[in-house]
Design a binder for this molecule. Sequence first.
Ligand code: ATP
Ligand code: MG
Length: 571
Amino acid sequence: MKASELYFPTLREVPNEAEIVSHQLLLRAGFMRKTAAGVYTYLPLAKRVLSKIETIIRQEMDRAGGQELLMPIIQPKELWEKSGRWSVYGDEMFRLKDRHHRDFSLGPTHEEIITSLVDMDVHSYRDLPLLLYQIQNKYRDEIRPRFGLMRSREFIMKDLYSFDVDEEGLDLSYRKMYEAYCAIFSRMDLDFRVVEADSGAIGGSESHEFMVLAESGESLIVYCDNCDYAANVEKAECILPPEESRDVPELEREKRSTPDQYTIEDVAAFLDMPRSSLVKTLMYVVDDELIAVLLRGDRELNEIKLQNALQCEDCYMADEVQVREVAGAGFGSLGPVGLPVPIYADLEVARMRNFACGANEDDYHYINVNPGRDFTPAAVLDLREAAAGDLCPHCGEPLKTIRGIEVGHIFKLGTKYSEAMEASFLDQQGQTLPLVMGCYGIGVSRTLAAAVEQKNDENGIIWPLPIAPYHVIIVPVNVKKEEQMNTALAIYEDLQEQGVEVVLDDRDERPGVKFKDADLIGIPIRITIGPRALQENCVEMKKRWESEIELVPIEKVTGSILDLLSQYKSV
Ligand code: ATP
Ligand code: MG
């Protein structure tokens, strides 16, 4: 491709709406344009990257026994009613009506379609296992579409669904997918980590997320350097250290005036004690019932743990009116003593002695409150969000945290959908059993953005070779010099003949401008053809991820590029 013909409209300014570097770079380097909030057009450079990502995914899915199909984006309401999700999916689902006023959704995911599809034609254990996948646009009306392709409302996903006769079969399919996903992200040359993920209150027994590591990632991961434990904080279990002496004397409870002190920070400073000596009381509405949650003052609630522990469908923070009606005080002065609702205490709180907390009276707090003596929790549960320094639940060493971008998610569904949708098969004994399912997603467009988020510098994108839009860019310093242009053309043609994807920057621009563009769009190998090197029958070769420039004899250029590419060729 000649750069003069390539459509890559670069921008000089960083667009205002782009908060994170991948969003900025993909707009600036002419990879995409916004069509509507959370809806993007992929320009030619991005389309090439997407195709490469898809090719790697297809190869690994096929290798693992997957078969590609293509399901409709438009999905009839009836199928979603059968699974029970039409009413629970909520506002994230785009809904539409046809001319006969029949309801449809724009597919946010495809469990319903595939389960009903497989049910039509699969009747016997002999037809199983079955691994079916597609690569297709998905639609989710996200509350906060942001970060460009990271969280968009139309995005590309690979989704595979596995159907097995029993849990053992599911384990095997799950393992295959786990390994295929590791192969996929390794082949893309991305720095990633597999973490244990939450699998929800109902259904799913096991789940892992694949995280591309990046500081701006929306997911916080705890991991252990000592063993291989790693988990999304949403999932990470918190364990208590061995208990120190229990015979701290319980002091007499006292009420203290704390005028205008509302936050934990304020109250701790006012009472002159660390936040960890306070207990915070949160009130939640859980399936229409008001409850209280107690956490150590310096901890955060993990709502997913709360929801899982209480096995509830619905869980949100109570508002000031509800809180005042029950507790007789506002948010800033809540506490467990005399609170007439079920109280769920975090593990740590149950062990605390002589802590401070709200007195359920505006502008007052208690000090020296003790569990058991001053209040009785309905249950003591693991409710807090894991944090750096917590103990590893596998080996007890302190955990660390890093941030990641969730690019893939694998999930054991079991019989949740097959039972709801009555999708069954006959086993060897002629018994009717529900299909045992798993689902496995990769965010294809999010992976493109995640690669940019992880691999960039102040000059632009640094594409890993296996997913770069082009492998090589040839930059003649002065296109008007015949010798430079002829050499450039000769190398260009030779590389193309060898199957190397190459751009020839034939634009009549200053070399500085061309170098800037090459760096911005992130093409991994740059060949510069200038007068000085040519005198020695050489050209300059620079790898985007290194600062050194190498002099390479013209006749060796193609060979050394092929060598480099062969390191990444798929097996
Ligand atoms: P998230 O927690 O980020 O919303 P999810 O759990 O809803 O993700 P899944 O339903 O498991 O996501 O979808 C599979 C994959 O699709 C995700 O791992 C992610 O890579 C991608 N994905 C999900 N939502 C979006 C989105 N709004 N924009 C781009 N990619 C997405
Ligand atoms: Mg989501």
